[in-house]
Design a protein around this ligand. Structure first.
Ligand SMILES: N[C@@H](CCC(=O)N[C@@H](CS)C(=O)NCC(=O)O)C(=O)O
Length: 231
């Protein structure tokens, strides 16, 4: 193999792969990659992948997103975002390890998926009872009503409302990965009609949605683009 070919292979191997379906949690790491201007390959999959053993070798639950970065294969959207923000720390999407803001950064990252997201997911189960069995098995569907899910969401969103009432962003009033992950959850709530226009969270998310990197990451929201792989 020529020197040039070896170098080309080395470069190709280095490009990360993001397994992706539009309008899902996979938009979060894509948005972050777009913000950082880091090269990546988008591997488009579809909702029928879950049962395929080949796909489940990558993601044990057959979901998106997955990030494959050479020998590292990670699932969970927030973990992927945290990994990427640290890997490219010079891009300024996470406070440095020694900065005290790091504590608040972790707080909002974990809050987004463990506290804010569950009522949104429950709300969706209620407003979309026709979700396919493979997406949400009937036996695990919740007894929580739409109204209860909304009240739950309102309650857990209160610290977020307080924070963005005085700042545009969550950590040190500077845009970080915490805004991408939290914004990703709010975006889902907004698409489900859980946020009124007068809710301060709408101002926060509308502001985030104007970012050029977000627009690039969400551009195929309505587009029907075929999967780029088969399993
Ligand atoms: N907690 C996981 C949730 C992953 C997840 O549920 N992904 C959904 C899309 S938002 C999915 O892949 N659904 C496809 C399916 O269930 O077949 C994360 O944040 O990555």
């Amino acid at each position: 193999m020529s020197e040039r070919l070896i170098e080309a292979n080395r470069l190709i191997k280095k490009v990360m792969k993001l397994y992706y379906i539009p309008t899902t949690r996979a938009v979060r790491p894509r948005w972050l990659l777009e913000e950082m201007g880091v090269p990546y390959e988008l591997v488009r999959v579809d909702m029928n992948m879950a049962q395929q053993p080949e796909y489940q070798k990558l993601h044990p639950h057959g979901k998106v997103p997955i990030l494959v970065d050479e020998e590292v294969t990670i699932f969970e959207s927030a973990a992927i975002c945290a990994y990427l923000a640290d890997k490219y720390i010079d891009k300024g999407m996470a406070p440095a390890l020694e900065q005290t803001e790091r504590g608040y950064y972790y707080q909002w990252l974990f809050y987004a998926t463990s506290t804010l997201e569950p009522p949104v997911e429950h709300f969706m189960f209620n407003v979309l009872p026709s979700l396919p069995e493979k997406v949400l098995p009937i036996k695990v569907r919740s007894a929580i009503s739409t109204q209860e899910a909304l009240q739950w969401f309102d309650r857990v969103a209160e610290p977020l409302r307080k924070s963005i009432a005085v700042n545009n962003y969550l950590v040190a009033n500077r845009f970080t990965t915490a805004d991408i992950v939290t914004g990703g959850v709010l975006l889902w709530a907004k698409k489900l009609g859980m946020l009124s226009d007068s809710d301060p969270l709408s101002r926060y998310i509308n502001n985030l949605m104007q970012r050029a990197a977000f627009i690039r990451a969400d551009e195929d929201f309505y587009a029907k683009i075929a999967p780029s792989v088969q399993f």
